[in-house]
Design a protein around this ligand. Structure first.
Ligand SMILES: [Zn+2]
Length: 360
């Protein structure tokens, strides 16, 4: 008889983690039981996630790449490692990462297709909803997205300050309208090995720090690459793409009800609302280019970022490409002009890399 531990199980479909128990069966795996059922994760398919700097143990299984098992008590985590020594080392296997990326890409493509069938008038109406109305939904979605990506907000003051400064710079010439308030744009970095960035409704943006790793080894051009991505996400927010997509995915009725309370979209539907299609991506690139030029940064970083994404992931729809479909002419459309000013000071960029990279 082995010990039964208290755990939290996130099935990847419903947004909230479920109270669960976990039991290590030495020759089989980890048996997870929760109110809705039970599942056995084979030991050799389980990896321990690298993640935030807390003692919480989080496990994933190659057979259910969207699911997560969290053991919150460090003493219990230590006992589990004693029973299953291969879980001592943090860090998802390469195979596990690829599986997770595939799941994310698949969910997005499948649900985006469902979304296409919805009434076209809703997204248009949703696009005129004041930003402040959808901000609570955006906050909620951003939190759920971070959970789905196993990402934790990077709590570094100097990083926040650097991002804030750049965001204000990019929005300096943008005037408020009935549906867009530049001062309400809120950006944060969340620690994750996945390279992606997402704009939730209400100007709630999140950059997953896998992007920092991707840009980090490109010396001083890395900061300008990140600025390019940030400008691209801000452009999505200005164009109200997240709110339109949410309206398309959920319907305006749910949208309005959700603004009074919580929204309980499942993980897949949530991700689907972040895939906008090729025309929207072109539109966002053009607007990003305009903001980067006005800020004196230029679009060379954005162009370099797309080249890097393509060189790293090829044609697969992983990470950034899962939510920002590539356009063949994308890189070609950007002249790649370097502006007179850098996006970050050297100290700011060093701080970003030092404070917000996911643990190995
Ligand atoms: Zn995009």
């Amino acid at each position: 008889m082995t010990t039964i531990y208290t755990a939290e199980y996130f099935d990847g479909q419903t947004s909230a983690p479920q109270p669960a128990t976990a039991q290590v069966l030495p020759n089989d795996g980890i048996l997870i039981r929760w109110a809705g059922g039970q599942v056995l994760w084979p030991l050799d398919a389980i990896s321990r996630l690298a993640g935030p700097k807390t003692a919480r143990m989080r496990l994933i299984c190659e057979e259910a790449p969207a699911a997560r098992l969290a053991i919150n008590d460090p003493a219990d985590a230590a006992r589990i490692v004693a029973d299953a020594p291969r879980l001592a080392r943090a860090g998802a296997t390469r195979r596990g990462k690829t599986q997770a990326l595939k799941w994310i890409a698949g969910g997005v493509v499948g649900l985006a297709l469902l979304g296409l069938g919805a009434f076209e008038g809703l997204p248009r109406l949703a696009a005129h909803t004041p930003m402040s109305w959808v901000a609570p939904i955006g906050d909620n979605m951003r939190t759920h997205i971070e959970y789905a990506f196993d990402a934790t907000p990077c709590a570094s003051r100097r990083t926040e300050a650097a991002l804030h400064r750049l965001t204000r710079r990019l929005l300096a010439d943008v005037r408020p309208t009935a549906s867009f308030d530049p001062s309400a744009v809120d950006v944060r970095i969340a620690e994750s090995y996945i390279p992606n960035a997402l704009a939730a409704p209400g100007g709630r943006l999140v950059i997953l720090s896998g992007l920092l790793d991707l840009a980090g080894d490109t010396a001083d051009a890395g900061g300008d690459m990140l600025a390019g991505v940030l400008a691209h996400e801000i452009a999505h927010a200005r164009l109200r793409h997240p709110t339109r997509a949410l309206g398309r995915a959920l319907g305006l009725d749910l949208l309005l009800r959700a603004s009074g309370g919580g929204v309980s979209a499942d993980g897949g539907a949530l991700l689907a609302t972040f895939a906008y299609g090729r025309a929207a991506e072109r539109e966002a690139d053009a607007l990003a280019q305009e903001m980067l030029t006005a800020a004196g940064i230029g679009d060379a970083g954005l162009k370099a970022f797309f080249a890097k994404i393509e060189a790293t992931f090829g044609k697969s729809e992983a990470g950034f490409l899962s939510t920002h479909p590539a356009t063949a002419e994308r890189t070609a459309a950007l002249p790649g002009v370097k502006g007179p000013e850098r996006a970050f000071t050297k100290a700011e960029w060093r701080a970003l890399l030092a404070d917000c990279s996911p643990e190995d």
